[in-house]
Design a protein around this ligand. Structure first.
Ligand SMILES: NC(=O)c1ccc[n+]([C@@H]2O[C@H](COP(=O)([O-])OP(=O)(O)OC[C@H]3O[C@@H](n4cnc5c(N)ncnc54)[C@H](OP(=O)(O)O)[C@@H]3O)[C@@H](O)[C@H]2O)c1
Length: 436
């Protein structure tokens, strides 16, 4: 049998401890499948004596995790610390520069610095792998880089954040409001004490930028993702969507737009959408993630599974270690980084589609006429309109409408015409409609 694969683990939290458990539990199977023993040589975290539920005594302890990159008894550094910059990035750069392979679950770091790290890994002739950074336990990076590699991907999209999906699908099941459901998700451990990254769409945007780079061969462009979270979705929106045959999901979506001058532009968006109950993503509930890739020969591919958690994320980390043990390096984003260039950003307004619009309006005469006039002037044709009866004298009234298929630019224009009007008690919410 070949030499053991010698591993350094930086970060011994949820994922780090999960990786240690997996390497122990499945040791024989991993040896058989990779042809090598997987041996942890050294570990590092902040607090040496914290009980992590795993035995660290067989491994060398390193206080300064940057030192892991310089050790002679290490082939692969596994970065499970987190944070787009700071010590995680310093470690990643140092490990690659020292010719060591790098495995990371850090989507923020890959979304911000993936292009730089990939180029450095290729120069050093070593591996950079980040299966766990996208959709946790779902092997979607590998599926796109390898299984679906023969296809031109038309569109990549999905439910990329488990916390948001848990909140939206719980609101759907209980009829409860956003704040109440978020608080319950925090109590149950499905949302962090500071949930901003999840509910504002940033986490999904990190993953989308990585997926888009793999699918379209463009340099990772996290700053190019337009991002809107779920904080403004109300119980009433979910109820209206249900009546119309839809559910509400936070969808990250990327696709290409051919320009008139022969160039191609990339459109990347994370936003809540109405998803037809006939679409597979409508049935993805709880903290699950799901990714859809549309290949020109494969057709629609759907990947679904746990997007987070110690076990699923460790499964993805160790899958990368198996690849490295087998000597499978490959270009981190599927094509060599020298061939990946920044791609122009497409303008969303060119797109056509159906849109759900919700207004909360003051209960007084003339407001509906004001709204429908703005729609008419912007060229938006209304397919259906639901007005929720007043609950109390002078209270707010909820008006939901569905706009016929048409340019998104027109809907934006209508909302601009209404901006600043004192008829509204809150800014309007618009959500794209995703058909079957
Ligand atoms: N949790 C998930 O389900 C999941 C899923 C997919 C991807 N990820 C990604 O995986 C990574 C790790 O996530 P996690 O949930 O395992 O995080 P975590 O539980 O907070 O663990 C982070 C670990 O990093 C250590 N650490 C933090 N700052 C450090 C520093 N300056 N120097 C040395 N060690 C430091 C911590 O040490 P102490 O323990 O001593 O404080 C801890 O062991 C993140 O990039 C995350 O986005 C996580």
């Amino acid at each position: 049998m070949a030499e053991p694969l010698r591993i350094a683990l930086a970060g011994l939290g949820t994922v780090g401890a999960g990786v240690i458990r997996l390497l122990e539990t499945n040791a024989a199977l991993l040896r058989a499948r990779s042809g090598r023993e997987m041996r942890i040589a050294a570990v590092s975290a902040r607090e040496r004596h914290k009980d992590r539920g795993v035995d660290l005594s067989p491994f060398a302890w390193v206080d300064d995790m940057a030192e892991l990159a310089a050790r002679d008894d290490v082939d692969v550094v596994v970065e499970l610390v987190g944070g787009s910059d700071g010590p995680a990035l310093a470690l990643a750069r140092k490990a690659i520069a020292s010719g060591k392979a790098l495995v990371t679950a850090n989507k923020a770091m890959v979304a911000h610095h993936g292009a730089e790290l990939a180029a450095a890994a290729e120069r050093a002739g070593t591996a950079l792998k980040f299966e766990a950074a996208v959709a946790g336990g779902i092997p979607v990076v590998k599926a796109l880089r390898e299984g679906a590699a023969a296809n031109a991907i038309g569109r990549i999209y999905g439910i990329l954040n488990g916390t948001s999906n848990y909140i939206l699908s719980t609101m759907e099941a209980t009829g409860a409001g956003f704040d109440e459901t978020l608080a319950e998700a925090q109590r149950k451990g499905f949302a962090e004490a500071d949930p901003a990254f999840d509910i504002e769409g940033t986490d999904a945007a990190h993953k989308l930028a990585i997926l888009a780079a793999i699918c379209f061969g463009a340099e990772v462009d996290f700053a190019g993702v337009t991002c809107e979270g779920i904080t403004r979705v109300r119980a009433e929106d979910i109820a209206r969507a249900d009546t119309l045959g839809y559910v509400v999901r936070l969808i990250g979506m990327a696709d290409l737009e051919p320009g008139e001058d022969g160039t191609t532009a990339l459109l990347q968006r994370v936003r809540p959408c109405l998803v037809s109950k006939g679409h597979p993503l409508a049935h993805v509930t709880g903290a699950t993630n799901a990714v859809v890739a549309e290949g020109n020969f494969s057709g629609r591919l759907l990947f679904q599974g746990a997007g987070a958690g110690a076990g699923p994320t460790a499964s993805a980390v160790v899958a990368d270690l198996i690849d490295i043990a087998r000597g499978e390096i490959g270009a981190p984003f599927s094509i060599p980084s020298a061939e990946m260039a920044p791609m122009p950003r497409a303008e969303a307004g060119h797109r056509t589609g159906r849109t759900y619009l919700r207004f909360t309006v003051a209960d007084r005469p003339g407001v509906l006429a004001e709204m429908t006039a703005a729609m008419r002037d912007a060229g938006v044709s209304i397919e259906s309109l639901i007005q929720q009866g007043r609950q109390e004298e002078g209270g707010e009234v909820l008006v939901a409408m569905v706009a016929h298929e048409g340019p998104e630019r027109n809907v934006q224009h209508a909302l601009e015409l209404l901006r600043g009007s004192d008829s509204f008690t809150a800014p309007p919410l618009s959500m794209q409609i995703l058909g079957d």
